[in-house]
Ligand binder design. Structure first.
Ligand SMILES: C[S@@+](CC[C@H](N)C(=O)[O-])C[C@H]1O[C@@H](n2cnc3c(N)ncnc32)[C@H](O)[C@@H]1O
Length: 222
């Protein structure tokens, strides 16, 4: 049986290899003083004191920038132990832990904002519905989901460039939440790997989405 992608990242070293390939970016403390356009979009929905979780946070550099801009409390999980150790050195204000999207070690309704930081395309298909369920369980009523990921025109699966045993699954992940009436898409912005412009190549198109959770909405009362 093929190994699970989660385990390839968590115990097979692929998470650490991602971190080492991109060490320069994820070790640059100064980047936490700047907000990317996606981070600026998410920050609009975060209030001082809110508890925000980034899933797939690497060293937490993006999370730290959001926390500095909004005065929120940041928690990050990533399968890379090396990324988490580096992040704890760089950003002692963050609570960073080794973990994966399919099992969130947080109480029910305890988080105000859950950001999937460009990691859903790496999740095993047999775990993706559990990932949605875990986020829904941990997010409070009235909270927000942020998703940064690929946004192709149709769902696609292609080999991950850095490891033959891993597949990149590209699709509109927001739809997995908005299939439920209690999740509503609020705002989205498309960009590409190098700048904020729309990519006409659907395989290179990325998108940041903000989704609101409101348990009392979405149903017509009859
Ligand atoms: C493309 S990087 C994005 C890192 C960071 N969020 C950013 O936006 O720069 C993807 C990250 O997801 C992590 N990852 C891979 N599989 C994961 C999983 N099942 N759950 C959570 N994170 C995962 C990787 O270790 C890596 O740090």
């Amino acid at each position: 049986m093929a190994a699970r992608q989660r385990d390839i990242f968590l115990t097979g070293g692929e998470g650490d290899r991602y971190f080492r390939r991109n060490r320069e970016f994820y070790s640059d403390k100064r980047l936490a003083d700047e907000l990317s356009s996606a981070a600026a979009l998410y920050s609009k929905y975060i209030k001082p004191g809110d508890r925000i979780l980034e899933v797939g946070s690497s060293s937490g550099v993006n999370l730290a920038s959001i926390c500095r801009a909004t005065n929120c409390q940041g928690v990050g999980i990533d399968p890379s132990g090396e990324a988490v150790s580096k992040g704890l050195q760089l950003f002692p204000e963050l609570d960073l832990r080794v973990g994966t999207a399919d099992k969130l070690e947080f109480p029910d309704r305890s988080l105000d904002f859950i950001l999937f930081g460009f990691c859903l395309y790496l999740v095993d298909r047999e775990h993706i519905s559990r990932v949605v369920a875990e986020a829904d369980r941990c997010l409070r009523d009235g909270g927000w989901i942020g998703i940064t990921d690929f946004m192709p025109d149709v769902p696609t699966a292609r080999p991950y460039a850095h490891c033959a045993a891993v597949t990149s699954y590209k699709l509109d992940y927001g739809r997995l939440f908005t299939a439920f009436p209690h999740f509503q898409l609020v705002e989205s912005a498309c960009f590409n790997h190098t700048d904020d412009r729309f990519s006409t190549d659907p395989q290179e198109r990325l998108c940041a989405q903000v989704i609101h959770k409101q348990l009392s909405e979405g149903y017509q009362r009859i």
